[in-house]
Design a protein around this ligand. Structure first.
Ligand code: ADP
Ligand code: MG
Length: 679
């Protein structure tokens, strides 16, 4: 019933079905799980109670003949006066020229729009003639595609709800759990989510769907894992501990305690006949690469090959270089594969990889191409794991037989959250920096203090140092971001005419970006102006200053990442946050940034703040994306779901009981009980 095609609905023909498909909707179930991203409130509002800039709906009488003006060819502005209760207000409507003919003096109209209290003006989004009653005063607003209209979407969903009501839809969440948490049944929740009657029922509906989403997610991860442990296994790498110890002793420094501990768990995993699936998190510069090197060394000593995949060519080159240095005394070969390696060099490389002469391969996603064949790949490592898609990671892993896998990330997240969000991985964290590092001094300044900041820039440049300037972020428009960077670049070039100023933004192609980055790396460019669209994930130890404009527009994670670009060398490094932050949350963020440089601490703090645009954008941290749930905001529910899933998986009831039949079927339909896993 639930899996019927949307074409059973009235009004859904071939074209509409295609538009719906663009939204990932082909069945009634998918339609009902297409949740509104917000609601439109058509509840009539008394103007006396309205706030400035509030979006509201009023009813009134047209008091003046509408005046229509064309500002540009495709931009019209219509204005008239409206009597609302005892208030006389102005109404402005853009690009609704048809209203000129439609509206007559004295007509009753309902207008939804944004209220400018100071000008007594309502900017209309929607104008409806007459004082018609609405079925719902709160209407859902959906993401649309193609020619779909909001009205259509609403009626489709209404129809689907009615159809479901006439059937016994059932509920995948067993009654006992629903009772324990006071969760509404599925159909009630779905109905309330689309057409909420009041705040309370909406809240409970959300609670229910969030729990459902998390529970299924947790069950999937844990079931995969249980099945994998039981049926797939992995291979045991023969590790020569003496040799590994000698390698560690030969390093130019002592491992930190955190590094030693993490190394131990990784070697332990490798030795077991279980496939390692481990996430290694640690701040930039905490020494993850060295740990990766030890693991690669151990695997190579065990007669297997290793691969390290990184997101950019420059990073690949850097990693290959530093690994080669570490491995040179041990007669281990490290190859580098990027799109720049061509012709015979490439042929040679691939041949020696296939016959096993080449023990370690570092590269970009070039590594997953078909032509790349290993003799016997034992360990796969991906750096900045969230930068790769699931499919890319799977393809790399598939180049070996039951290869062990290590993911690395420089966006540390609190352990509790990591365990819940990445339940199918073991998690290791490097929580301390090597001794002797000078923490980056961080300052928060206002825009009006810019001249002092420029003095600081000059001082660093005169010392022979380099600096980054990150441009203001304009969220809506990449074009504006780029323009900003170009303008700033020109202005700075004038101020610092003695120095070379580089420019980096998202409109440059990969080659141009690399060129700019090379120039900065070689100190041919001293000051680099960049938008954040561009990853500056490169090691330039001579760079000691990071300036971030409009720092309050960035989440803590991004600020932390950006700051991590400096302080790679021995010299004292600085980070300046330029921001006129107004809101309490923004101010708090700026303050936290000036007080700690520890990524784990930052993420803990951020978890507490939970403001908008936070640390844990899923793109940055690799946290899974959910439809309705938010891993950070709904963290408590995630933990509850994790525990519930664990006890279910461990109970016989779950595998055979009637109460869990729907859940089992649901998981089965998603391929969970097949042996091919995903991650
Ligand atoms: P990450 O990969 O976590 O960003 P790296 O492994 O590149 O960090 O380490 C950053 C720098 O610190 C490198 O130059 C590395 O040689 C050095 N390093 C790593 N571990 C230690 C340590 N225990 N003591 C001193 N320096 C270290
Ligand atoms: Mg193993």
């Amino acid at each position: 019933m639930f899996d019927q095609s949307v074409t059973v609905l009235k009004g859904v023909g071939e074209e509409t079905a295609k538009d719906l498909e663009q939204l990932g909707i082909t069945t009634l179930e998918e339609l009902l799980y297409h949740f509104p991203y917000r609601y439109e409130n058509y509840q009539l509002k008394e103007l006396a109670d309205a706030l400035h800039d509030e979006k509201l709906t009023v009813e009134g009488q047209v008091q003046s003949e509408p005046v229509l003006r064309y500002i540009r060819k495709n931009l019209s502005r219509l204005t008239f006066r409206l009597f609302v209760g005892e208030h006389l207000i102005s109404v402005v409507a853009f690009n609704k020229p048809f209203l000129k003919k439609l509206l007559q003096l004295g007509d009753t109209v309902q207008i939804t729009g944004k209220w400018d209290m100071h000008r007594a003006t309502l900017t209309a989004v929607e104008v409806r003639k007459g004082g018609q009653e609405r079925e719902h005063v709160v209407e859902p607003v959906y993401t649309l595609r193609g020619n779909l209209t909001m009205r259509q979407m609403r009626t489709f969903i209404k129809q689907a709800l009615v159809m479901m009501k006439s059937q016994a839809l059932g509920d995948p969440i067993p009654l006992s759990l629903r009772q324990a948490y006071k969760l509404p049944p599925r159909l009630d929740a779905l109905e309330a989510l689309h057409f909420p009657k009041d705040r309370i029922s909406l809240k409970h509906a959300r609670r229910r769907m969030i729990y459902e989403e998390f529970l299924i997610f947790q069950l999937k991860m844990q079931a995969y894992r249980a099945i994998e442990r039981r049926e797939i296994g992995g291979r045991a790498v023969k590790i020569d501990q003496d040799k590994v110890d000698r390698f560690i002793d030969a390093l130019p420094f002592e491992l930190t305690e955190a590094q030693s501990k993490v190394t131990k768990s990784i070697l332990h995993d490798l030795k077991l006949p279980i496939r390692m699936n481990r996430l290694l998190q640690g701040d930039v510069g905490s020494g993850k690469t060295v740990v990766a090197a030890i693991a690669l060394f151990a695997v190579v000593q065990g007669g297997l090959q290793g691969a390290l995949m990184v997101p950019t060519e420059i990073l690949a080159e850097q990693h290959a270089e530093s690994l080669n240095q570490l491995f040179a005394p041990f007669d281990i070969q490290v190859g580098l594969l990027t799109s720049r390696v061509k012709g015979t060099a490439r042929k040679h490389l691939l041949a020696s990889l296939k016959n096993g002469e080449l023990q370690i391969l570092v590269g970009t996603h070039a590594l997953i191409q078909d032509e790349v064949v290993f003799k016997d790949l034992g360990l796969v490592i991906t750096d900045e794991q969230h930068r790769f898609g699931v499919e890319q990671r799977r393809l790399l892993r598939a180049k070996g037989e039951q290869s062990d896998v290590l993911y690395m990330t420089a966006t540390p997240i609190p352990r509790t959250l990591a365990i819940s969000a990445f339940g199918d991985m073991d998690i290791s964290s490097i929580t301390e920096m090597p001794a002797g590092r000078k923490p980056i001094e961080t300052y928060w300044v206002k825009h009006k203090q810019m001249s002092q900041v420029l003095d600081m820039v000059l001082k660093e440049l005169e010392k022979g140092r380099q600096a980054y300037v990150i441009c203001p972020l304009i969220e809506e428009s990449e074009a504006l971001d780029v323009q900003n960077a170009i303008d700033l670049h020109a202005a700075l070039q004038e101020t610092f005419s003695k120095y070379q100023i580089g420019l980096m933004h998202g409109r440059l192609n990969a080659e141009e970006k690399d060129e700019v980055m090379e120039a900065f790396k070689n100190n041919e460019v001293q000051l680099l102006v960049s938008t954040t669209v561009v990853e500056v994930g490169v090691n330039v130890p001579n760079a000691t200053l990071m300036i971030i404009y409009d720092a309050d527009r960035f989440g803590l994670a991004q600020l932390h990442q950006l700051r991590g670009r400096v302080g790679r060398g021995d010299a004292q490094a600085y980070c300046v946050l330029v921001s006129d932050a107004k809101s309490e949350v923004s101010k708090e963020r700026m303050r936290i940034m000036t007080e700690t440089t520890n990524g784990f601490e930052l993420s803990e703090q951020d978890l507490k703040l939970r403001g908008p645009g936070d640390y844990f954008g899923s793109k940055q941290s690799g946290l899974p994306d959910f439809k309705i749930a938010d891993v950070v905001h709904d963290f408590k529910a995630l933990e509850v779901a994790r525990e519930d899933a664990a006890s279910m998986i461990n109970s016989d009831d779950f595998w055979t009981g009637e109460d869990y039949r729907m859940l089992r079927e649901l998981l089965k339909s998603q391929g969970v009980f097949e042996t091919e896993r995903l991650d």
